[in-house]
Each structure stands twice: as C-alpha cells, then as structure tokens.
Design a protein around this ligand. Structure first.
Ligand SMILES: NC(=O)c1ccc[n+]([C@@H]2O[C@H](COP(=O)([O-])OP(=O)(O)OC[C@H]3O[C@@H](n4cnc5c(N)ncnc54)[C@H](OP(=O)(O)O)[C@@H]3O)[C@@H](O)[C@H]2O)c1
Length: 267
C-alpha cells in the first residue's frame, strides 16, 4: 500500500475495529475519511488522530442503511482521485433466532453488511483501475465459514462478503488493485451490545482486542495474504480446507448429469 498524499476511507470508524484501522492507517501515513452515523464520536476521534499524526482527517456522517446517505458517499468516492484504500468495516449482527428478529432489522443488516459494502467497492474500482493501484479491505467474519443457529442473517451476509471478495480477487488478479477479506473471530468491541445481546456468546479468552485484530490484518496484507484468518496458528488447516474445496469443485463441474442417487431406479 503506498500512502504519499493518499486517503484511506474507513467505514464504521466511530468505534471498535474501524477506529483501530483509522489509527493504524494514519500512523502509516494515510490521510483519512472517517464514516459512521455518530458525528460527535467521529469528530472526537478525528481530532485525536490529527493531533497525534498531523494527517488530514475528514469526517462523513452517514447512515449506510439510508439510500440518500449511501449515494452521497458513493458520489464522493467516485469523484475523488486521491483515495488509495477503502476499509469496508461498518457492520452489525441482528443476532438471535430469525423468526424473532424484526424483518426491518434483517433488511437493515443486508443493506449495511452487503449492499453498502458492494456499492462502495463498486464506487472506488473505476478510479483504482484507472490508476492501477488501490486496496479494498472487506471485513467478513469467521461466521462466513461457520453457519450458525443464532445469526442466520449475519452468517449469510458474511458469507456474501467472503465470496464477493474472493471473486473480485480473481477478477482483478492481473491488475494493481488488491482486495483482502478479513475474517475476525470474537473481538472486544461494541458489536454484541449493538447486535442486541446482553452478553457475548463466546468465553472471554476467545476475544482479541481491536488493535490486535487490525495489526494482524495489516501484517497479512503486507505479506500478500488476501484471506486473513487472524487467530489461525496452523495455516495448513486453511490449505487443507481450500484443497477439499477445489476437489469438490472439480467433481461438481465434471458432469451435467443428475447424480445416480437421484435416479428413480436407485430409490
Ligand atoms: N466484534 C466482533 O466480534 C466481530 C467479529 C467478526 C466480525 N466483526 C465485524 O467487524 C466489523 C466492525 O464491527 P465492530 O466489532 O468494530 O463493532 P462496533 O464496535 O459495533 O462497530 C460497528 C461500526 O459500524 C458502524 N455502523 C453501524 N451501523 C451503521 C450504519 N447504519 N451506517 C454507518 N455506520 C454504521 C458503527 O458506527 P455508528 O453507530 O456511529 O454508525 C460503528 O462504527 C463489522 O462488520 C462486524 O460484523 C466483528
């Protein structure tokens, strides 16, 4: 990631993981555009980062679930040619049994975790491709690999983030544009509270801090690791998972005939 006079956009920068990205990217020399709904928090964070790093920090108060706000941010990203990094981090959980989660909350979940992330990526790509340079970091979750009975909508949205990112990696492989998917496990932030839970569904020892998560994800990016599993010690497990996936895909694309177990004579 080059950073001379370049801007990084961080969504969901008013707390948790987004705030940690903002601090670290400013320390790496980027100017910042910080996005979230809570303007007061963003202004306070912006002031602190400006004092510490002398970077330019702009604040955009926007509800990414609101079509007009999202369009305003997309337009800004499209019109500026000084943006080098987009961190698609804003997200929420809407956790709990699906029949008990209000439909409006599920809709909002999809709007922010999926729609906003997709449209913001789409907004920066033409400029990144024109300059043959730029990085998109999409914050998914280990839940993308782990269907769960207590967050079907959340798991679905993060599965989308992972597949969207990996498909883009293939599409952009021969360009100077990088897309990284980050799959955090539990991180100590306001996430579970904001998702309507009174206590987190993981024991305390499984949590890492937001700065630990972000330092790991940035180290992964520096090392060219485009799917970052921050707590995974043994990377051969991921390789084995990928090998199994490739074997399944080869089998799935080797025949167009229905499998014999579905033929009437097999019943
Ligand atoms: N914490 C975990 O255990 C964990 C694990 C895996 C993945 N993640 C992912 O990490 C990302 C960041 O979450 P976090 O843990 O840092 O949680 P957090 O502390 O609750 O931060 C969420 C951020 O998203 C912003 N946001 C929420 N709704 C928004 C909206 N409608 N419009 C604009 N911004 C909005 C919030 O800002 P405002 O409220 O000011 O708008 C806040 O800055 C999410 O995508 C989450 O799914 C978290």
């Amino acid at each position: 990631m080059s950073n001379r006079d370049r801007f990084a956009v961080v969504t969901g920068a008013s707390s948790g993981i987004g705030f940690a990205y903002a601090e670290r990217l400013a320390e790496r020399g980027f100017h910042l555009i910080l996005v979230a709904r809570r303007r007061d928090r963003l202004e306070e964070i912006a002031g602190r980062i400006r004092n510490k790093t002398a970077r330019t920090v702009e604040v955009v108060s926007a509800d990414l679930g609101n079509a007009a706000d999202l369009l305003r941010l997309e337009t800004l990203l499209t019109e500026r040619d000084d943006i080098e990094v987009l961190i698609n981090n804003a997200g929420l959980g809407a956790l709990g049994p699906t029949s008990k989660v209000p439909a409006s909350a599920l809709e909002n979940l999809v709007k922010i975790n999926v729609l906003a992330l997709t449209r913001l990526t789409h907004a920066v790509l033409p400029g990144f491709l024109r300059r043959n340079s730029g990085t998109v970091v999409n914050i998914a979750s280990i839940i993308a690999l782990m269907p769960t009975p207590s967050g079907a909508g959340y798991s679905g949205t993060k599965g989308y983030v992972l597949n969207f990112s990996r498909s883009l990696q293939m599409e952009l492989a021969k360009t100077g544009v990088t897309v990284q998917a980050v799959l955090p496990g539990p991180v100590r932030t306001e996430f579970f509270e904001a998702s309507g839970l009174t206590e987190a569904p993981f024991p305390d020892e499984l949590f890492m801090s937001a700065p630990e998560l972000v330092d790991s994800a940035l180290a992964a990016l520096d090392q060219g690791e485009l799917v970052c599993l921050p707590a995974l010690e043994d990377m051969t497990l991921w390789t084995a998972f990928e090998d199994a996936r490739a074997t399944l895909i080869r089998a799935l694309t080797s025949s167009g005939r229905p499998a014999t177990r579905y033929s009437t004579s097999a019943r």
